[in-house]
Design a binder for this molecule. Structure first.
Ligand code: BTN
Length: 245
């Protein structure tokens, strides 16, 4: 495990280390991040002390669709948070974790394929409310301590990392199969009115559907078709943000 006081992005540090032969389950942890990366080229802001910034390397030889591991990772984080005192954690496809509609964590899974396939699992988790509050994220973000559970990051990692490892072994053997049911029970989009951007770039609306073995989400368009969303965002119609390009 490598601990950084301040770094640009644990994900970038881990990638560099992976290029130089980092072992399976190598971990980079940081107190603060200055260039944290989120999905879809977005930033992952560091609102002050209290966030957990961690990246974990998985050697992916033998895994059929390593990128599809992402929903299982979200499920493992949700289970760990609840074990440590969080109320019910919902999963918003593809990679957000929410409690009562407020985001508590985000995941960024990146891969490197070829002869030495690797998965880099990045997790940003709000353990403590930022000292100066959430600013414009107020009402949209929440930290574990605001939900009544004060959990040091070492404790979270001690519970989560072995679970991640076990889930990875199961995933390598059988894919997402044994995770799908529980993921769906936690899905915040299932049966809800949603909006997404189709492959042609057009905005569509419909209802959130099931999680597929590939990690993609099925959606039922209002026009009567069933579509598969592989990448991008799917938003609840009641939410303020617009789907990105
Ligand atoms: C998202 O919600 O868009 C995903 C956010 C992922 C942020 C984590 S923080 C640790 C790791 N390092 C990064 O630069 N990003 C991920």
């Amino acid at each position: 495990m490598r601990l950084r006081r301040t770094t640009g992005s644990t994900q970038d540090d881990l990638r560099e280390w992976a290029e130089r032969g980092a072992p399976h389950a190598a971990v980079v942890l940081a107190d603060r991040q200055t260039r944290g990366r989120g999905r879809q080229q977005r930033f992952w802001t560091d609102p002050g002390e209290g966030n957990l910034f961690v990246s974990v390397l998985l050697h992916a030889e033998g895994a059929k669709q390593p990128a599809a591991f992402s929903p299982a990772v979200g499920l493992g984080v949700a289970q760990t948070l609840e074990e440590l005192g969080s109320p019910r954690v919902g999963l918003k496809w593809p990679n957000d974790l929410e409690v009562d509609g407020r985001k508590i964590a985000g995941l960024l899974l990146e891969g490197r394929w070829g002869e030495t396939p690797r998965v880099l699992v990045g997790l940003g988790l709000n353990l403590r409310r930022p000292p100066s509050g959430w600013a414009e994220l107020e009402g949209h973000a929440v930290a574990l301590d605001e939900l009544g559970a004060r959990v040091p990051r070492e404790v979270f990692l001690r519970h989560w990392l072995p679970r991640l490892e076990r889930m990875w072994e199961t995933f390598r053997e059988e894919g997402l199969t044994s995770f799908v049911d529980e993921w769906e029970r936690r899905s915040t989009l299932r049966g809800q009115p949603v909006r997404w951007r189709g492959t042609d770039g057009e905005l569509r609306s419909g209802t959130g559907g099931r999680l597929l073995e590939s990690g993609a989400l099925e959606v039922h368009a209002d026009v009567g078709t069933i579509e598969t969303v592989h990448a991008g965002d799917v938003h609840l119609l009641s939410h303020r943000e617009e789907p990105g390009p």
